[in-house]
Write a new protein. Sequence first.
Length: 127
Amino acid sequence: MTLQPPPVQQPYVPVVVAGGGKRTTLRLVAQYADASNLAAENWGGAAATDADVRQKYEVLQAHCAALGRPYASVLRTYHFVPTLLASTLRSLSSIPTHSACWPSESSPPWSALEQFEAIAADLALAN
């Protein structure tokens, strides 16, 4: 398959594999991916605690060693949703509530940034 126009990244578009399945997903990361993405949700390998993440990375390291690939050559990322905190209950009640619509096939990637900027502006007005 040939992409036209060709990708800007050279020599190829980096491959990111999300998930943390110990037998298959992390083995495929070690074999093919440029980056691994874990998350607390099931789709992201259910890596909810530090211990979970460490265990997943130990498995990835073993798969890399078995394939002769340097473990450090895999970019390791973690998906999370930011949490807004307040120092007092009063300041918490003054923070406007928002519902964010995360980017999907029907919304451009920068829409999340626009939503966060709107939330930040509201927070600045509330304080």
